[in-house]
Design a binder for this molecule. Sequence first.
Ligand SMILES: Cc1cc2nc3c(=O)[nH]c(=O)nc-3n(C[C@H](O)[C@H](O)[C@H](O)COP(=O)(O)O)c2cc1C
Length: 447
Amino acid sequence: MDLRAFLDALDGALLRVPQELSPEHEMAALLRAVEGRGLTVLFERVAGHPGARVAGNLLVTRRHVAIALNTEERHLEATYLKRKAQAQTTRTLPPEEAPVKEEVLTADGPLLSALPVLTHYERDAGPFITAGTVFAKDPETGRRGFGIHRMMVKGERRLGIFLANPPLAAYYARAEARGEPLEVAVALGVHPAVLVGAVVPENPTGPDKLEVTGALLGAPLELVPAETVDVEVPARAEIIIEGRVLPGHREPEGPMGENTGYYFTNHSPVLEVTAITRRRDFIYPALCPWGADVDVLFALAGGTELLGRLRALVPEVVDLELSPGTPGFSAVIAVRPCSPARVRRLIGLALHLDRRLKVVIVVNDDVDIRNPREVTWALATRFQPDRDTVIVPGLEGYVIDPSVGNTGVTAKLGLDATRGPGPEFDKITMPAAAIAKAEAVVESLLG
Ligand SMILES: Cc1cc2nc3c(=O)[nH]c(=O)nc-3n(C[C@H](O)[C@H](O)[C@H](O)COP(=O)(O)O)c2cc1C
């Protein structure tokens, strides 16, 4: 259950790159160039880092997540919801059984310069760690948690860390209120199911996110104590960065090309690195912001969570898709026939339940919500703006949305593009027998 086992399971969906490429822009450009082909990439030679390898586009399609969760693509959402309810207690391994302890780098020698951290976009302020899962404990209750947090390399042992979301942001706020640093450990090169676990919303009254990750893996998450901080880390990761997030200090972090498709700069806390442990022949994980990996991660954790909650409240809800390229800001929901008033209730629920969701389009289930052509067709032909628009002003905005500005407040929008009752809204179709025959002919001609 590690990154290597996942890469082995990918088979034809893995592209090995033997040419030497630089982590500065070149690797990110290649990742974006092949994401449309659904390829994970293993860079076998990294300029400036002899012996290191880099893997990216890990969750580039839904099929990749299905492989990570050991299920089939069509069962992905159902598997996620079922497994999530089957939390698994974590297991602690002795250090000698933990591959991530093969090499221990301490504060006297090179630390961050020993890792091939990628610089992605043209105006990025420097290299950013983007696939790091940051583990910590609540300084008051001891509850464990983790999340994906971007980190800017600022020196040999200094990272800027963007802490906007729970649970980590809350742990840091509590540590800071006590005037204490927050001890953290960043796991790099984890099994992709752990990346999915990182994006599952924290449920403060349920099992912790590490136990939920075990559920997604279908096996307990194996941990090992860190060397210099009081945090347990995934034993089968490729690399661990240990350190302390300093209290009462902020400095500029960014700009970095974000998951919104825009550069974003923040005043962020600083993580002082105390040690790095890693496998001898480690693989550094890349994740290109605003890329397909991000769409897939948000769709599976955020989208499926919301779908499950909405279905329980509005029985006509069939499916939900978070729109690619928007980090959870925009969604399309498919419903069985229901009244306009019911659709309005659904729109209100969706916009309020999900903090990030800002634009929601509701269509009927004769529309393929994963096909933008069909969604815009429904909008163009079934929607009347003055009758079918819901605007909710004055809600909490999301910090990386540039249109929110300094107020922190956003309006949200719902569009009811469901069909009217008459036959004029019936979609045109062809006879099933003709389609089947045509497919057979095409198959015989093209193979
Ligand atoms: C690719 C990716 C990058 C992320 N980067 C950050 C980040 O830099 N800072 C942050 O606070 N949250 C970031 N998040 C979100 C957190 O991991 C978040 O805790 C997680 O999505 C849980 O959802 P919730 O915020 O709805 O509870 C990122 C998520 C993804 C998928």
